[in-house]
Design a protein around this ligand. Structure first.
Ligand code: F0G
Length: 448
């Protein structure tokens, strides 16, 4: 079942092989440097790349652009309160703006922050405060084939080890990222969220949920956590977020908009403290770097994101690409997560060492072969980590259809068949912030 049809369309085109070869070379083998017009199927990210509904487009016209006290802000406040349960909201231009506001307020030099897995901008914002990011994934997180319902969970045991090393006084914040983007979009259970809440209370820390994909997470809870089998996604989302003191949100994901984000909290004093930093970096706290019309679209999008019909469609689509690939024998991370299918580049290219960036090689091959753009989340994106070599094919919301995925499948099959004939890559430039190098670094082929 599909719960929508198209009202507007956008042309796309597959450039010739020669054009793709040239584009790749000119991009320094980094697909962030490609012109989007040279990409046929763009699975670089699900962030801000989805289609808005007709109700959201209509809401844009209602946008009030007052600098302070806009009614569009009030409509966003009501949506956040209804859908997520937080009374205090500070908009930001996108998720990382919200991270800057919240983590810049809560963290200082020498602090340590446990998180099930830090997304790259989160890690960079923690580092920017002079604090240290400590990933606390479960044991199953990096096992590509273990069938477990909540591989995205936060390991309280690991976080306890962190606290016993550095002292609770140096751990003012605990974060749970739902779904866990850097662990293949795997969900986090409500039972786990309750345990993290209790742990945060024990060490007197603020519990923050990175709620970018909270609706997708709620769907998995509905499906996999017995207690919630009869609850709606909207009810589950509310309950899961009830355990948090605050959320950072990128509206570009489950806000179903092209730009925007916010910090929301139930703690009035934290809200007051965040406001000053919001004014400094984002804008007056009733718009926070967003246009009034975008506040309106996000208010509508948040409500749509927890509609059962929408979210069922969304997860079904991701899952159908995963099963098409799996049936063709392409190695992928299993089970599929909420927003993307992750290819196992390590199994594509066992002959390449991690220093030759097998994931980035696979990203380049997918583009060269079929004009498909994915993103590397392995040794290129995460220097000095022991994570698996993954390539993420993120699926924009309400955008592509089965024919597009058939092309992705054919491309992946051709790339897989040619897997023994490719060489590695090496860095040609070395950007200043290593945590963000995959966005800008250029590479070059290693010749045999
Ligand atoms: N937290 C998580 C879990 C994210 O996935 C992202 C963005 C952010 C925070 C930052 O939000 O982009 O609005 O500033 N993830 C995108 C991605 C970029 O491709 O996964 P943002």
């Amino acid at each position: 079942m599909v719960s929508y049809k198209s009202k507007a369309v956008e042309r796309i085109r597959l450039p010739s092989v020669e054009e793709r070869e040239r584009a790749l070379e000119e991009a320094g083998y980094n697909v962030f440097n490609l012109a989007a017009d040279d990409v046929y199927i763009d699975l670089l990210t699900d962030s801000g790349t989805g289609a808005m509904s007709d109700d959201q487009w209509a809401a844009l016209h209602r946008g009030d652009e007052s600098y302070a006290g806009s009614p569009s802000f009030e409509r966003l406040e009501s949506a956040v309160e209804d859908v997520m349960g937080f009374p205090y909201v500070i908009p930001a231009h996108q998720g990382r703006g919200a991270e800057n506001v919240l983590y810049g307020t809560l963290l200082s030099e020498g602090d340590v922050v446990p998180n099930n897995t830090h997304f790259d901008t989160t890690r960079a914002h923690v580092a920017n405060q002079g604090a240290e990011a400590a990933d606390c994934p479960t044991e199953a997180a990096h096992d590509l084939s273990r069938e477990e319902p909540f591989k995205g969970n936060f390991s309280v045991e690991r976080a306890r080890e962190v606290v016993s090393k550095v002292g609770a006084e140096n751990v003012p914040v605990v974060i749970s990222t739902i779904t866990n983007n850097s662990t293949a979009g795997q969900p986090v259970s409500i039972e786990n969220t309750r345990r993290v809440r209790a742990f945060a209370d024990e060490i007197d820390a603020t519990f923050v949920v990175d709620a970018c994909r909270f609706a997708e997470n709620a769907y998995f809870v509905h499906e996999r956590e017995n207690e919630y089998a009869d609850a709606t996604v909207a009810e589950i989302a509310r309950e899961q977020l009830e355990y948090a003191d605050a959320v950072v949100m990128s509206g570009k994901k489950d806000g179903l908009v092209n730009t925007g984000g916010f910090v929301a909290t139930r703690d009035e004093s934290l809200f007051e403290r965040c406001k000053s930093r919001a004014i400094l970096y984002e804008g007056f706290p009733t718009y926070g770097g967003m246009a009034g019309r975008d506040l309106e679209a996000m208010a509508v999008g948040l409500r749509e994101a927890v509609e059962d019909a929408y979210i069922e469609d969304r997860i079904r689509q991701v899952r159908s690409l995963a099963s098409m690939l799996e049936e063709a024998g392409i190695p992928i991370y299993e089970p599929a997560g909420g927003h993307a299918v992750y290819l196992d580049a390590g199994s594509f290219y066992p002959h390449l060492d991690s220093s030759e960036f097998p994931g980035q090689v696979l990203v380049c091959e997918l583009y060269r072969e079929g004009g498909v753009r994915g993103v590397e989340l392995g040794s290129f994106a995460f220097p000095d980590s022991d994570r698996p070599e993954l390539v993420r094919l993120a699926i924009p919301r309400r955008t592509y259809h089965r024919e597009h995925f058939e092309h992705v499948l054919e491309t992946a099959v051709d790339v897989y068949e040619n897997r023994e004939n490719v060489n590695g890559l090496r860095l040609a430039t070395d950007p200043e912030i290593p945590e963000l190098r995959h966005f800008t670094a250029e590479l070059e082929p290693v010749s045999n």
